[in-house]
Design a binder for this molecule. Structure first.
Ligand SMILES: Nc1ncnc2c1ncn2[C@@H]1O[C@H](COP(=O)(O)OP(=O)(O)OP(=O)(O)O)[C@@H](O)[C@H]1O
Length: 341
């Protein structure tokens, strides 16, 4: 069992409170992504779990073990960083074996793990190469192989793909997903790339200002953002937020408490003629994005993003009529919290 329980973890650097009482329960073998804007505390939380940084207060358990006061090497955790951190003067095989040798595993076990993880990461034909001679993508494969060779209970990854070019990133992302799904490791992965988060995670913890705004599977995060912040952080473009409109929110619970209505760009119906329950908007910009067309439209004093089929002919400056799909509207109260349906 390597479920992780993070309880009331706080972190201050000087007077600055970087983590504000984080509670998080990560299930055994799940892949959790910590996602949030720069500076929200993702890396700090990951480093605290690794034991590379100490919490100001709070506790962390892995399974039945309280690890808060353990040294990093005693936590049964492996970590992969953004900047590879492989030793350039060692061969790939020596790099993969490094942690196992420090741990004084038997030579037979080391040889077997090196072979096994090198095959898994498709670098078995590079074992005798010096790591300094490898490309960035290959070096990151070595870093992942070295971490997996340790058979950690918990694998921590801090933006491991962000130094790779777009195509390589996509390829490695798919590979990591397959490899880690087949392993018994509980993984925590830090990124500020929401696409990476959506595609890799079993659950995403969306962070803001040292707090967790929502911890849920990607589809729930996307379809039911728990706060306005989550809705406006996830999605490209993000969720639209508009003032309540009497045409559309009457069926909502506690209608008088609604502060903002959230609607994803793809969740509108469009008409060219005035239609009951539809609202007029003026199209300011149309952008063909391949699979669909994205409209930027003025709705009263507010701006909306609306996705329509790519073959729909709409001129800039034209007036059209829109209506959100009732079942896709989300309602938020004055504190920006999702109201229950
Ligand atoms: N050792 C430190 N001393 C003082 N402040 C620090 C230290 N480490 C981090 N911070 C501050 O803590 C805040 C959170 O940093 P952290 O690296 O955890 O954010 P992050 O969410 O991972 O951001 P990014 O995506 O930019 O890496 C930042 O304001 C940072 O300046």
């Amino acid at each position: 069992m390597s479920a992780i329980q993070i309880s009331a973890v706080r972190k201050q650097f000087g007077k600055q409170e970087i983590l504000k009482s984080i509670d998080l329960e990560i299930r055994d073998k799940e892949f959790t992504v910590l996602l949030g804007p720069s500076g929200c505390g993702k890396s700090t939380l990951l480093r605290i779990i690794a034991g590379l940084e100490y919490e100001s207060s709070g506790s962390i358990r892995i399974g039945e073990r309280e690890i808060t006061s353990l040294a990093p090497r005693d936590r049964r955790i492996a970590m992969v960083f953004q900047n590879y951190a492989v030793f350039p003067h060692m061969t790939v095989a020596e790099n993969i074996a490094f942690g196992l040798r420090v741990r004084k595993d038997s030579e037979a076990h080391i040889q077997r793990k090196v072979k096994e993880t090198a095959e898994l990461m498709h670098i078995e034909d590079r074992l005798d190469h010096y790591s300094g001679q490898l490309s960035g993508g290959q070096r990151q494969r070595v870093a992942v192989a070295r971490a997996l060779a340790m058979e950690p209970e918990v694998l921590l990854m801090d933006e491991p793909l962000s130094n790779l070019d777009a195509l390589l990133r996509l390829e490695m992302r798919a590979e990591l997903k397959t490899i880690l799904a087949a392993s018994d490791t509980t993984t925590i992965y830090v990124t500020h790339d929401q696409v990476e988060a959506m595609s890799l995670a079993d659950r995403i913890a969306v962070m803001k200002g040292g707090q967790i705004e929502q911890y849920a599977p990607p589809s729930e995060i996307y379809h039911y953002p728990a706060t306005e912040f989550v809705g406006s952080f996830i999605g490209n473009p993000p969720m639209n937020f508009i003032a309540p409109d009497a045409r559309w929110h009457q069926a909502a619970p506690a209608a008088s408490q609604i502060h903002r209505c959230g609607i994803r760009p793809e969740d509108f119906e469009v008409r060219f003629e005035p239609t009951e329950d539809f609202a007029p908007v003026r199209v300011l910009v149309t952008e063909l994005l391949g699979s669909h067309k994205q409209l930027t439209a003025r709705f009263g004093d507010e701006m909306l993003r609306v996705n329509v089929p790519s073959d729909l002919e709409i001129a800039n400056g034209s007036d059209i009529h829109i209506r959100p799909l009732a079942e896709k509207m989300r309602f938020y109260d004055h504190s920006g919290q999702l109201m229950s349906a």
